[in-house]
Design a protein around this ligand. Structure first.
Ligand SMILES: [Zn+2]
Length: 161
């Protein structure tokens, strides 16, 4: 039989293994899903790669995907025209892992979650937006929904010149 001789004084820190999703993201994701933009899926054994048109674009052509995958860049303008024309979401084929998806859009690179991941997961019925997100009318701007966000205490960066 084992006995503890000293009191345990471990301190555990909470570790997030998936991003927290604010109501604002749910609204954006839900609205994106309702746009029904054309999405091209390339399934693999465990993960499916989804090509999505960026904000202005409505569809993606096969030629653009080939260019995206094979293009070599000699200028930033060429890179920008190819890589900002569509986004790629890598989403597990297992519905329970949708929060660990990745996207190539700037929002994901900053916050580890974006409307594309949420929107595709809603379209695939991997997740469901909370009722309060669905009740807010389509077309609601993110700024209008920002007051619904929980308060957060971020870092303040002060630049000294
Ligand atoms: Zn994205």
């Amino acid at each position: 039989m084992f006995q503890r001789t000293k009191s345990c004084s471990y301190q555990f820190k909470e570790v997030w293994t998936s991003p927290s999703i604010t109501l604002s993201y749910w609204i954006d994701g839900y609205n994106w899903a309702k746009l029904n933009k054309e999405v091209i899926a390339v399934p693999n054994s465990n993960i499916t790669k989804y090509y999505l048109p960026s904000e202005e674009e409505k569809t993606i052509k096969d030629k653009e995907i080939k260019r995206y995958e094979n293009c070599r860049f000699h200028s930033f303008d060429t890179y920008k025209s190819v890589y900002f024309n569509m986004w790629c979401v890598y989403l597990a084929n297992n519905a329970g892992e949708w929060r660990s998806a990745t996207c190539t859009c700037p929002s994901f690179l900053k916050n580890y979650i974006c409307k594309h991941i949420i929107g595709i997961s809603i379209r695939l019925k991997y997740c469901k937006a909370p009722p309060e997100a669905e009740n807010i009318a389509i077309g609601t701007k993110k700024r209008e929904a920002d007051h619904l966000k929980p308060k957060s205490f971020g870092h303040t960066i002060i630049f000294c010149y």
